[in-house]
Design a protein around this ligand. Structure first.
Ligand SMILES: [Zn+2]
Length: 327
């Protein structure tokens, strides 16, 4: 039986259970680490909030969460292990870096300008975090993550896509993606496949921001998986997303067309924003209040069933596909 690497160590795929494929316990835009003049994350104060969030997921029926926070956005494998142990829920972390449009750190480009072979170095980073562990611990990344900018894949991002495709082939770890604003999903899939990744080991993220079923079917025709992973993110211009009702309509159409084996779900929640606390505008606060882990099970599932989607399709998206994809 295949194993999956969680922050508490390897488990059998049969123990994954009901799985959300895209959430964040903590998250900050790259650069938050440098803002030392304000009271940021403090574990003694904030860990209980994160444990409470994990317990909320558990009470909604989730057995496993994939935390998609990448390194430069504050991935903390040791913190995730503490949350997982305290709440008794499986958490899987990723190896990856964020999109260039959100001010990628100069680190890799700086190295390249000094003559470093960053394609090899990024590949080594992915393989080390997947096979040996993160930060000299034995906590291994369960999957690799690549990110691309709105309407473009930059040269910087291409280094990660190439390296992730190769590392995925060599380690067997699947790849999840950030497709900004649901753009470049098709190009992400084509590029990762071109560089050697197995289509079944690719999950193109955030595609539920797109209501154009024909476009989604062109991506699915490549044999990759897509994420309906932003349930709860609606009503805020910055994100330019459809409503949850529109997501359910698009998803129903795809399921009735026979794509249940290639879709996985999540909310892309962020429980604690790292860095300087936000003072949200009323519109932003309303948006933030709506982003809860409740939306898929309490809003989407009843509507999908009402639309005539069989329970077996819900089970595929939340249980069978994650188990197959992650193993
Ligand atoms: Zn995310």
């Amino acid at each position: 039986m295949a194993t999956v690497h969680t922050v508490r160590g390897p488990i059998n795929t049969s123990e994954l259970g009901f799985t959300s494929m895209h959430e964040h316990f903590v998250y900050g835009f790259p650069g938050h680490q440098s803002d030392k003049s304000v009271d940021c994350f403090r574990e003694a104060r904030d860990l209980p909030i994160l444990i409470e969030e994990a317990r909320l997921f558990k009470s909604l029926g989730y057995d496993t969460l994939v935390d998609c926070t990448v390194s430069d956005c504050g991935r903390d494998h040791l913190l995730l292990k503490k949350i997982s142990e305290a709440a008794g829920i499986n958490i899987i972390c990723v190896s990856g870096w964020y999109a260039e449009m959100y001010a990628a750190p100069a680190y890799w480009i700086g190295r390249a300008s000094m003559g470093a072979d960053i394609d090899r170095e990024i590949y080594d980073m992915f393989v080390t975090e997947a096979e040996k562990g993160i930060g000299f611990t034995d906590i291994k990344a369960g999957l690799l993550k690549v990110s691309t900018s709105f309407n473009e894949i930059t040269e910087y991002e291409l280094h990660f896509m190439k390296a992730a495709a190769r590392a995925s082939k060599d380690t067997g770890r699947p790849i999840t993606t950030h497709a900004d604003g649901s753009t470049m999903g098709l190009e992400q899939a084509q590029t990762l496949i071109e560089y050697g990744a197995d289509p079944q080991s690719i999950l193109i993220g955030h595609m539920c921001g797109c209501t154009d079923t024909d476009y989604l079917k062109r991506i699915l025709a490549l044999g990759v998986n897509i994420g309906f992973d932003r349930f709860g993110i609606e009503g805020f211009d910055f994100m330019q997303t459809p409503t949850d009702g529109e997501r359910v309509t698009t998803l129903t159409g795809l399921l009735k067309s026979g794509y249940a084996d290639q879709i996985m779900v999540g909310h892309d929640t962020v429980r604690i924003d790292l860095g300087r606390p936000f003072r949200l505008s009323p519109a932003a606060q309303k948006f933030k209040d709506h982003t809860t882990p409740r939306i898929f099970t309490e809003f989407a599932v009843p509507r999908l069933l009402e639309n005539g989607v069989p329970q077996s399709d819900i089970d595929k998206m939340t249980r069978h596909n994650p188990a197959r994809f992650l193993s």
